[in-house]
Design a protein around this ligand. Structure first.
Ligand SMILES: NC(=O)c1ccc[n+]([C@@H]2O[C@H](COP(=O)([O-])OP(=O)(O)OC[C@H]3O[C@@H](n4cnc5c(N)ncnc54)[C@H](O)[C@@H]3O)[C@@H](O)[C@H]2O)c1
Ligand SMILES: [Zn+2]
Length: 377
């Protein structure tokens, strides 16, 4: 038995795009409408004078299969040697899906893939994951393949200054969830721990500061770095049921990914740690997370409870709903899709690395707790 840690993506901290584009002679930019309207795409096109390029800007939040199929057609038709994805996790994931399926259709498709995140959240610029939604079945499919890893990531926090407060808070909680899940999951190792620990410390120190002072680029850069560090961690370790549940909850009720993760986090920690029944081994890991952010005490159960309180405090300060009900989902709508959500979360690839094995019934109970807002502490 062995595990592998790899990190193929070259990370340029700051405005390193000019160098990243050296040698590119035909460029496809994949992004969303906002990036075009706000002229943020000029961040790329200013370097492309005389270089043939085109922009595919039809990606919407939670990219769907149809958009990916359209993008594959554009890719196969335009034949770029470089793809640059600009935006949050949605355009970067869509670009990954397009490159992956274009290559499956025509193995001669080989591109330099540059990812430029404009939110500090998903870490998609360094992960082998892409989350694509099937809108016909309201299902989010995490694709996992090494070939989707970008060659180069540009981490320039200047691009995140325009992120509105609500997206700063949602995506920031996504960072914390990635780092915590990577730190407690079954496939963690010393390498992923090192990255997850740093990401937890950075997010703990800077998330609220960025929320309060959104124009401060230095603070923004630290959250951008935290997001990327957490991304490398979980790309190697996997995640857990927080993400499994958030994927299906987000797909059914159109709750942004980070918000769905955030509102579930206190309930998932309590379940994994065994606070609703009997303490588990995972409780020790959560107590260690508490220690990283100076919330621990002599009693490990109490340490985990302190961590949960801290997460709830973030949720409150960042104006994130504290339950599925508070997110505006009616009981009727929730009950209607609950069996589907349970099945989907149970089969989600993230469930396989959750620190506590769980049954469908346990997932059902957990969804109900999170709906009703029944906290453990
Ligand atoms: N690949 C992975 O490893 C991974 C991990 C977690 C989540 N995801 C997926 O990523 C998606 C979520 O990505 P996200 O949270 O980054 O949001 P997003 O990409 O969906 O963007 C959300 C909104 O923010 C806007 N936005 C982005 N950057 C902005 C900026 N600089 N200024 C102003 N507005 C800006 C976008 O235009 C959009 O309207 C989901 O589909 C989720 O499932 C992927
Ligand atoms: Zn996430």
């Amino acid at each position: 038995m062995y595990s592998t840690f790899s990190s193929k993506t070259e990370i340029k901290l700051g405005d390193g795009l000019k160098d990243a584009l050296v040698g590119s002679s035909k460029v496809l930019i994949i992004t969303d409408h906002f990036m075009v309207q706000s002229k943020m795409t000029e961040y790329i096109t200013r370097h492309l004078e005389g270089v043939p390029h085109t922009i595919f800007s039809e990606v919407k939040p939670n990219p769907d299969v149809k958009t990916v199929v359209k993008g594959v057609e554009v890719l196969l038709d335009f034949r770029p040697d470089t793809v640059v994805a600009l935006g949050g996790g949605s355009p970067i994931d869509a670009a990954k899906g397009m490159i992956f399926f274009a290559h499956q259709q025509d193995s001669s498709v080989k591109v330099k893939f540059i990812a430029i995140p404009t939110t500090s959240g998903t870490g998609s610029e360094v992960t082998k994951f892409a989350v694509i939604t099937d809108t016909d079945t309201d299902t989010k499919y995490p694709l996992v393949d090494e070939s989707m890893l970008p060659e180069i990531a540009i981490l320039d926090a200047e691009l995140t200054k325009s992120v509105p407060r609500t997206i700063t808070s949602d995506t920031g909680m996504d960072v914390l969830t990635h780092a915590i899940e990577a730190f407690v999951c079954t496939a963690r190792n010393d390498f992923t721990d090192a990255l997850a620990e740093k990401a937890i410390k950075l997010a703990n120190k800077f998330l609220i500061q960025v929320f309060v002072s959104p124009d401060n680029v230095e603070l923004r850069q630290r959250m951008h770095n935290a997001s990327c560090l957490a991304g490398i961690a979980f790309s190697n370790s996997g995640l857990g049921i927080n993400h499994s549940m958030a994927h299906t909850l987000g797909a059914h009720f159109h709750i942004p990914h980070g918000k769905a993760n955030a509102l579930l986090l206190p309930y998932v920690i309590a379940f994994n740690a065994g606070l609703y029944d009997t303490l588990t081994e995972a409780n020790k890991r959560y107590a260690k997370v508490a220690r990283l952010i100076w919330l621990d005490c002599a009693n490990e159960r109490q340490s985990t409870m302190n961590l949960i309180r801290a997460m709830r405090n973030y949720i409150s300060k960042l104006n994130i709903p504290a339950s599925i009900k508070a997110a505006g989902v009616t009981r009727q709508d929730f009950d209607k899709v609950l069996p589907l959500m349970v099945e989907s979360a149970f089969n989600d690839p993230c469930t396989s690395t959750n620190p506590r094995e769980c049954t469908r019934e346990e997932l059902r109970e957990l969804f109900i707790r999170a709906y009703e807002g029944k906290n453990a502490v």
